[in-house]
Design a protein around this ligand. Sequence first.
Ligand SMILES: *[C@@H]1O[C@H](CO)[C@@H](O)[C@H](O)[C@H]1NC(C)=O
Ligand SMILES: *[C@@H]1O[C@H](CO)[C@@H](O)[C@H](O)[C@H]1NC(C)=O
Ligand SMILES: *[C@@H]1O[C@H](CO)[C@@H](O)[C@H](O)[C@H]1NC(C)=O
Length: 419
Amino acid sequence: MRRSFWNLVLFLFVLILIQKGVAGDIDDNNIEDKTDLAEWDKYKSKYPLPMPMLVMQHGYPVETHTVTTDDGYILTLHRIPYSDKSNKTEVTRPVVFLQHGLLCSSVDWVIMGPAYMLSDAGYDVWLGNARGNVYSSKHKTLKTSSSKYWAFSWHEMGVYDLPAVIDYILENAEEPDLYYVGHSMGTTMFYVLTSIKPQYNTKIRHMVALAPVAYLRNTKSLFAAATRYMPKGMITELLYNRPFFPNSKYVNWPLRTLCKTGAVTQGLCTNILFQIGGFNSNQINQTMLPIIFSYFPAGSSLKSWAHYGQLIRSGKFRQYDFGIVRNLIKYGNTKPPEYNFVHINSSVTLIVGPNDWLASLEDAGILYNSLPNPTEYYLVHHPEFNHFDFLWAIDVKTLVNNKVLEVLNHNFHNLNLVN
Ligand SMILES: *[C@@H]1O[C@H](CO)[C@@H](O)[C@H](O)[C@H]1NC(C)=O
Ligand SMILES: *[C@@H]1O[C@H](CO)[C@@H](O)[C@H](O)[C@H]1NC(C)=O
Ligand SMILES: *[C@@H]1O[C@H](CO)[C@@H](O)[C@H](O)[C@H]1NC(C)=O
């Protein structure tokens, strides 16, 4: 009864948000450019702390870098180069690159995530922002008000964003390769990259996939199920080349207010996360909800969601389906080509949540069996652990982050012993 009430509220809320999103209304307030804490005081009530200031507040150094992709998208990378808590005398500082999921941003790794922990352990931590999110919403020529800007899915993020960002990081850090940690769409992008541009396998020392998403045959998420009813074919170009839950005052400010501690509407907030990621994990900290919803959703393209919808319908992990006519022109076939796992020879650890409605156990198993060089399939030791718990669970440190660090350290020391 209570659940269905919040479902109804959620449905109405989404209708309003989608309207806003469809209007192409994204905030161009350049919040990422501000670094002065005192100056920020006057924005405080309306906007949350920008990512770099959040990191500074925690006592870590932070850098902001911009990278331009081959197709003109201007992306923001954040970096925590070192930690005062780690050994300064350490000669080798292995690079770890963290890539967020759909509608997320670099912020999600520093709220409860492993960024500081990896930094303390001596890693050079780089945090990506995929095209279309609040930190990566610029382009050399296209404006976010044009539908051309939004004509991308995670395919383009894998083919253009990742190579640009990985090459930039390796050049800047003067390292031959890096560790890749992805969550959700951050893992999808990785499989796209390493199957389409296999030469990048040599630049990935090891990949840790949190809540891995490639096959979506068994997904239970209502959010994902909704994509079944999305129109397909030619019309989609008009429909889907648009922003999807942009981070803006129309979306995040109301959410932040509704999620406040003590607000009767807090049920709505937990419900949003449960609908997408799986129910009742008891791992959500109610006090954190307003903070979480200040940064999430951080925006993406509707086409990224539509592309996932196609995977659910087809059961295959393949490129975007433009409809028969355009597929013939683009791919020389009526059906889009599948991503070829044969090329992915990087070693991969999968970390899977038992109650993840999006990245289900079954699909992670299919993925594990498809990968040529998998290292481990690790099930989180909590029966209710869901898709978002990877980011915000109360016990995320003991349940996931410690494991991530263990995997990286183990790999790093093993490799260095061999050398
Ligand atoms: C720092 O280096 C010293 C000496 O090599 C070592 O004993 C200590 O455990 C290191 N600390 C950390 C946090 O790695
Ligand atoms: C992986 O594939 C790349 C590109 O095809 C190749 O250069 C590299 O040697 C391969 N690595 C291993 C460990 O097989
Ligand atoms: C929930 O978050 C608040 C604010 O960050 C923190 O003080 C509190 O300890 C957290 N509760 C639990 C159970 O982790």
